[in-house]
Ligand binder design. Structure first.
Ligand code: ATP
Ligand code: MG
Length: 241
């Protein structure tokens, strides 16, 4: 057991090092380019600066993920739960993601089958993390020319189901139960150029379970993946009488 966790730790350190080094190298390279006067036209300058900005964002995301993971690991995580209307909340979560989807020719479909005005009872920031991690994966592991991500909200009484389907690479059957484990990355994603620590879904699972929900995956290799998670509704005081 101890050896196993040491192996995991070592692998994690090398992943993190790699994931921080890649954008850092790019930032240094582009900044040096600007200093050397390589970015001669305003267009080029713009491109250099946007790239630096994007790489810094990548690093910030990784650091956020690590810090959240450290909190979760130390059981320090604190939730600030409150009521929020579903449609409004989803559009807020999606507003930061939609630009990414457009630039990569990914069709995004949204359907909400829950009665209008229904509220969730959640920690908005933490659940936003879950959306980011799951949709981020859908985005990252799409290998088709025309990508598709479908976000479907279904009613289930006291809970709602959020289902996120993509037409990406899919996951082998025997690997499916492992993807929610910390640091687990499938063989194909470890061998590909997509970076990652394998924490995204472990964090998502912890946050969902701390909200009294469940999370699971269905997938077909080569065709795509569907991740489903449930979230609690806010209890309507008026309807209780
Ligand atoms: P991180 O999210 O920490 O940057 P990651 O994406 O590798 O890294 P997870 O989000 O936890 O880690 O996912 C675990 C693994 O499950 C991924 O490495 C990938 O192999 C597989 N996986 C997850 N979502 C999908 C998906 N939508 N399509 C194909 N494979 C997926
Ligand atoms: Mg991920």
């Amino acid at each position: 057991k101890k050896e196993e966790s040491e192996l995991v730790m070592r692998e994690m350190l090398s992943n993190i090092t790699h994931d921080l080094k890649t954008p850092l190298t790019a930032i240094r390279g582009y900044a040096q380019g600007i200093l050397d006067g390589v970015a001669a036209t305003p267009d080029r300058m713009n491109k250099y600066i946007s790239t630096i900005r994007n790489k810094a964002d990548d690093m910030a995301n990784l650091v956020n993920e690590l810090s959240l993971f450290a909190q979760i690991y130390n059981k320090e995580i604190e939730y600030k739960k409150g009521g929020v209307e579903i449609d409004e909340y989803i559009s807020r979560c999606m507003s930061n993601l939609s630009l990414d989807l457009e630039t990569r020719k990914i069709d995004f479909l949204y359907r909400n089958d829950v009665e209008k005005g229904t509220c969730l009872y959640i920690d908005e920031e933490k659940i936003k993390r879950v959306f980011y991690n799951v949709i981020g994966n859908a985005y990252k592991y799409i290998d088709k020319d025309l990508g598709m991500i479908f976000l479907h909200i279904e009613d289930a009484g006291k809970m709602v189901w959020v289902r996120i389907t993509d037409n990406g690479s899919g996951i082998e059957k025997d690997e499916l139960p492992l993807i929610f484990e910390r640091f687990y990355r499938t063989d194909s994603s470890r061998n590909s150029k997509t970076g990652g620590t394998g924490l995204g879904l472990a964090i998502a699972k912890k946050i969902i379970e701390d909200h009294g929900g469940q999370i699971y995956a269905e997938s077909e290799k080569g065709k795509g993946t569907k991740i489903s998670f449930s979230l609690p509704k806010k209890v309507d005081e008026k309807k209780k009488i």
